[in-house]
Design a protein around this ligand. Structure first.
Ligand code: 9RB
Ligand code: ZN
Length: 373
């Protein structure tokens, strides 16, 4: 098994500003802070754990590059790109588009390396240079639709990689599985009317964006059934996420039979995350990865490319990401040192209301005849 791995020091230099979640504003009581929730140190700490644990010795490093304008413009509007580039040239940088997603001077160029990292990983997986892989990138991308950035996302890295695989690498059918705790609205909207791209998002119901990611969102008129949403109740832990994989994600991938699976790997369902209230531990992340690899083995020779999205606990994101990458590489080099704390939070059986939500989606999306719709 060869597992590709993307990281670049520039990602750690992304400047998310001095606000904590919103830009600081004394008039409404918002104090400045050294660390915005999306500060890239959390991802840098994951990278350093991968290095210090020795896991990196089991991985094939893939150098990211800048995504080209042509690659970005397959997904985004020229107006969006022009605005980001102009703001990125300002002495103090700019904002992705929603007023709460600041970036520093040169932030656009960092975002193009994040997108290029996802592209480079997908190229390596499709060419067979690696079996699967993980692109640990910053900033995230899954909230960005074609025309604007939002929710800390400038460019939709995973969507740019998917569009590249389809336009330049001869891959037709691709599934995107988004386990970030927030709805993958940008990716869903970019492929809304595209029957050959399946988007599956598991997220905490009503978390972000507001009024997004409902079960009833199923794809556009030309692509009915090509979007699947699993809005999970708060407090869904390892067993609920694994049940959702068994009942929805795995059968949907089996039915859709993609040639490549791209995972929008937000680590913010983790049990210590400040931006959501799910209870997933490294055990849940490892289990989801194993289920995904097993079905990918069946349908697409195990071709799985994971692209980092959110994840905001500097303490726990590293252990969760480490478990995912270990599972991709088929090795175990480190115990989760925080499991004694978080394991007890999520050891309960699946609650009835959590099971009911997963069953509701499963009944909708997986027909007995084995066809989506
Ligand atoms: C604003 C609101 C948020 C809330 C969560 C995120 C997380 C993103 C992520 C980003 C922005 C609401 C500014 C609600 O991790 N994605 O994967 N902002 N939320 N209302 N308003 C005005
Ligand atoms: Zn998120």
């Amino acid at each position: 098994m060869t597992t590709g791995y993307v990281w670049h020091e520039l990602f750690g230099w992304g400047d998310t500003g001095s606000g904590g979640l919103f830009p600081a504003d004394p008039a409404v009581g918002l104090q400045p802070t050294g660390h915005h929730v999306a500060h890239p140190d959390t991802k840098r700490r994951l990278h350093e754990l991968v290095a210090v644990s020795g896991l990196i010795g089991h991985l094939e490093r893939i150098e990211p590059r800048h995504a080209t304008d042509d690659e970005i413009l397959r997904v985004h509007t020229r107006e969006h790109v022009t605005r980001l580039r102009q703001e990125s040239a300002q002495p103090k940088g700019g904002d992705a588009g929603d007023g709460i997603s600041p970036f520093g001077k040169g932030g656009y160029e960092i975002a193009t390396v994040a997108a290029g990292g996802a592209v480079a990983l997908v190229e390596a997986v499709v060419a067979g240079r690696v079996d699967n892989g993980y692109a640990l990138v910053h900033p995230a991308g899954h909230h960005a639709p074609a025309h604007i950035g939002m929710g800390f996302c400038l460019l939709n890295n995973a969507a740019i990689a998917v569009a590249h695989a389809r336009a330049a690498l001869g891959v037709r059918r691709i599934a995107v599985v988004d386990w970030d705790v927030h709805h993958g609205n940008g990716t869903q909207s970019i492929f809304w009317d595209e029957p050959d791209v399946l988007t599956v998002s598991l997220h905490q119901d009503g978390c972000f964006p507001p009024d997004s990611g409902h079960v009833t969102e199923r794809g556009g008129p030309a692509a009915p059934g090509s979007a699947i949403n699993v809005p999970l109740p708060p407090g869904t832990g390892d067993f609920g996420y694994l049940y959702a994989f068994e009942q929805v994600v795995v059968p949907a991938l089996r039915d859709f039979a993609p040639e490549l699976v791209v995972v929008a790997s937000g680590l913010d369902p983790n049990a210590m995350d400040p931006l959501a209230r799910q209870l997933v531990t490294s055990r849940g992340f490892r289990g989801m990865t194993e289920q995904l690899l097993a079905v990918a083995d069946e349908v697409c020779d195990g071709r799985v490319a994971m692209v980092q999205e959110g994840g905001y606990s500097p303490l726990y994101v590293p252990f969760c990401g480490h478990a995912v990458i270990e599972a991709l590489a088929g090795v175990k080099v480190l115990e989760d040192a925080l499991f004694p704390v978080v394991g007890g939070m999520t050891g309960h059986d699946l609650a009835p209301h959590q099971k009911a939500r997963v069953d509701e989606v499963a009944a909708l999306v997986v027909s007995p005849g084995g066809k989506l719709g």
